[in-house]
Design a binder for this molecule. Sequence first.
Ligand code: PXG
Length: 295
Amino acid sequence: MSDQPLQVLIDGSFYSEADAKISVFDHGLLYGDGVFEGIRFYNDRVFRLDEHIDRLYDSAKAIHLEIKISREEMADQVVRTIAENKLHDGYVRLVVTRGAGGLGLNPYLCETPSVIVIASTISLYPAEKYEKGLILATCATRRPTHDSLSPLVKSLNYLSNVMAKVEAIASGAEEGVMLNTAGYVAECTGDNIFVVKNGKISTPTVPSGSLDGITRRAVIELAEEAGYELSEVQMSRYDLYTADELFLTGTAAEVVPVAEYDKRVIGAGEPGPVTKDLISRFRALVQSSGTPIYG
Ligand code: PXG
C-alpha cells in the first residue's frame, strides 16, 4: 500500500480521505438505511466481483432502494477506485445509502442514493490464527428472522451482529456463533460456518438465517470439486461441539480454522486436514481468478 491518503469515490468523484464525507441527513447514517458489500482483490484481480454486484442490487431491491447506475458502471467504479489507489491486494467497501432526506423515516423523501467506494486493506485476524484456530462462543443475540429484516439483506443495520460480537468478546472468545430464534446455528457475526465430521462437510442452510456468503459459495464449489461430500443442513450447537473440524468463511476472514467453541476443544484443537486442504485450495483460487484491475 502507498503512504498517500486513500482516494475515496463518492457519487462518481474522487475525494481524499479527509474530504470524503456525506451529509448528516443521509438516511444511511440516520437509520442504517442502505446496503453494502465487502469485496477482496488479490494479485490485481477482483474476486467474484459480479457476484458481489448482484448481491448488492438484490439487497437494494429487497429494501426498495433503486440504484441509479447500472451494474456495469458499479463494477467499473470498484475497479477504478482500486486502480486510482494503485493497490494490488486488498479490500473494497462498497456502500449504497438511501441518500439525504428529512428527519423522518420516509425513504421516499430522500433525494438520490449515494454510492461510496473505499479501497483499502483489511486484516481481520493475525496470521497465527490461521495456523492455530479461533476461539468461538455462542452469542445471546439471535439472527433476525425472515419475518423482520431478511437476514439475506446485507444492510447498513449491523447492530445485532455488533451486539453479538460484543457478547463473544465479553466471554473471552474471538468470534461469536449466532443462532436463529429456533435455536439452530445460523452463522457467525461476519462469517459463515462449516463443520467437518467423519470426512464429510456440512454447513447451515441459507434459510437457517445465514447470509448467502460469496466465500461460502466458493468453498462449497471447491469442496465438491475436490470430491468431498457436502450438505447444507439445519444444525444445532451439538453438531458444532462434536465436530472433528470447524472453520469459518467470509470475504474479510477468508477461510479460518476454529480451535475451541464454548470451552469445548474442537477435534485435536488445531486445524484439521480438511480445513487445511480447503484453505490451500481457496488461496490458489483467489490468486488465479477474478476481474482484472489493470489493462
Ligand atoms: N455472514 C455475515 C453476517 C456477513 O456479514 C458473511 C457472512 C460472509 O459473506 P461473504 O460474502 O463475505 O463471504 C458476512 C460478510 C467483518 C465484516 O468485519 C464481515 C462482513 C461485512 C463487514 C465486515 O468481519 N460480511
